[in-house]
Design a protein around this ligand. Structure first.
Ligand SMILES: O=C(O)CCC(=O)C(=O)O
Ligand SMILES: [Fe+2]
Length: 418
């Protein structure tokens, strides 16, 4: 799945630059067409002047002022008709080349996404600076407001707030006002309120979820993000259990594989550099115990036979071990053909509705699980578990759940992803 992401990212850049290139060609075309148009119009203007002269000599003569003489006028407006037709034709000819609203919206969203993905400084961008290079294509307050609205409409509330802030700064400075402070403030307030509400109620609490197993040992929940929901359950697995898992996994660990679209199958890849071992509920008591705990905590079924859950995957990352950003919903975006090439485990698992990952070790340095779109970081704490939903209720994948594992800088990292 990570390969898909990387490929898409490159595609985006490629299609963006090629789109820009076409736009540049289009602009040159349009300038040439407009020059031609000006010459044409000048020519027509000459004809109109000639017509008016003729008119003043005929129907327009002072002696006819009080008369209703239309023949000459009706006769000659063909000229005007010709002109209008020419203009119309020109417009028709170039209309399909002129970017539509949809193109503009697409471009705005692309810009918002690029800024987000590459964490570009909004002020620099608005000043026309791109990766340290001055492009001299600065944005005005209205441009920033426009991008802010697009970010907002696409659910990037944090980014919307930032673009609107930039719009406000610009609006205060602008001589020729492109958007008023009042207009921007209205949208800014709205974006700010939603952004704050979306992340409000972040809290820690203890619950038994009404589950008998959790009454004696309630689960400690730390909510890290509300929408999409990301939480850490503290002390969900004991040191004893951790030792058992490591013990059963050690002989089976092999280099983790990820889906590869080109070769159609799973293969060892630099996208994920860890060793993994897979276990089913039938294999070990400890596997079943963890499955039961997950059911109690999340309310989700961990039945592996009917495909509710995938096999339990124990992962061991050594120094430098990482997992590039990816989604945990996988099959959903695959064609039927691609699905047939998915690994046994992956096919059994289907789309991961949610992910729960136990951390079996602290990591001395690095190794955090990071949600790249949200800026949420989970530091592995031995015994805790990270939990998040990957799909919405309607089955749609939540793109903000894109996440990866940072390289382990010092020490090692163990995780179990049932
Ligand atoms: O190890 C981590 O922090 C992330 C693992 C992960 O994303 C996965 O197994 O899907
Ligand atoms: Fe993942």
């Amino acid at each position: 799945m990570s390969t898909t992401y990387v490929r898409n990212a490159n595609c985006d850049i490629f299609s963006s630059t090629s789109t820009l290139e076409s736009l540049m060609h289009l602009e040159r075309h349009m300038v040439a067409a407009m020059s031609e148009y000006v010459i044409n119009v000048e020519h027509r203007l000459g004809e109109i002047k000639h017509y008016l002269e003729e008119f003043s000599q005929t129907a327009g003569r002072p002696e006819y002022h009080n008369l209703f003489v239309t023949e000459d006028i009706i006769g000659n407006p063909l000229q005007a008709f010709q002109l209008i037709k020419q203009v119309e034709e020109l417009e028709e000819k170039y209309n399909s080349l002129i970017p539509s609203d949809e193109d503009l919206n697409g471009a705005a969203l692309a810009l918002v996404r690029l800024q987000d993905t590459y964490n570009l400084n909004i002020t620099d961008l608005a000043e026309g600076k791109l990766l340290g290079q001055h492009t001299y294509i600065a944005m005005n307050a209205r441009d920033c407001l426009f991008l802010g609205k697009h970010a907002f409409n696409n659910g990037y509330y944090g980014l919307a707030v930032e673009w609107m802030q930039e719009a406000l700064v610009r609006a205060h400075r602008e001589g020729n006002i492109t958007a008023s402070v009042d207009e921007i403030s209205t949208f800014y307030q709205m974006a700010l309120e939603i952004e704050v509400a979306a992340n409000a109620d972040l809290k820690c609490y203890i619950t038994n979820r009404g589950h008998p197993w959790l009454i004696l040992q309630p689960v400690k929940v730390e909510v890290l993000h509300k929408d999409p929901y990301i939480a850490v359950f503290h002390d969900l697995i004991t040191d004893n259990e951790i030792e058992k898992v490591k013990e059963i996994a050690a002989p089976f660990l092999e280099r983790a594989k990820v889906q590869n679209e080109v070769k159609r199958g799973s293969e060892v890849s630099d996208v994920r550099t860890s060793q993994t071992a897979w276990f089913s509920n039938e294999d070990y008591e400890i596997t079943r115990a963890l499955s039961r705990r997950i059911e109690a905590v999340t309310g989700l079924s961990t039945n592996m036979d009917n495909g509710d859950a995938e096999l339990q995957q124990v992962a061991n990352y050594g120094m430098g071990g990482h997992y590039t950003p990816h989604y945990d919903y996988l099959l959903k975006d695959m064609s039927e053909e691609e699905r047939t090439y998915a690994s046994e485990q992956e096919r059994q698992a289907g789309d991961r509705i949610a992910t729960l990952m136990f951390y079996l070790s602290d990591v001395k340095k690095g190794g955090s699980t990071v949600f790249t779109r949200l800026g949420v970081t989970i530091t592995p704490i031995k015994g805790s578990a990270a939990f998040w939903w990957n799909l919405r209720r309607n089955g749609e994948g939540i793109i903000d759940t894109m996440h990866g594992a940072c390289p382990v800088l010092m020490g090692e990292k163990w995780g179990v992803c049932p």
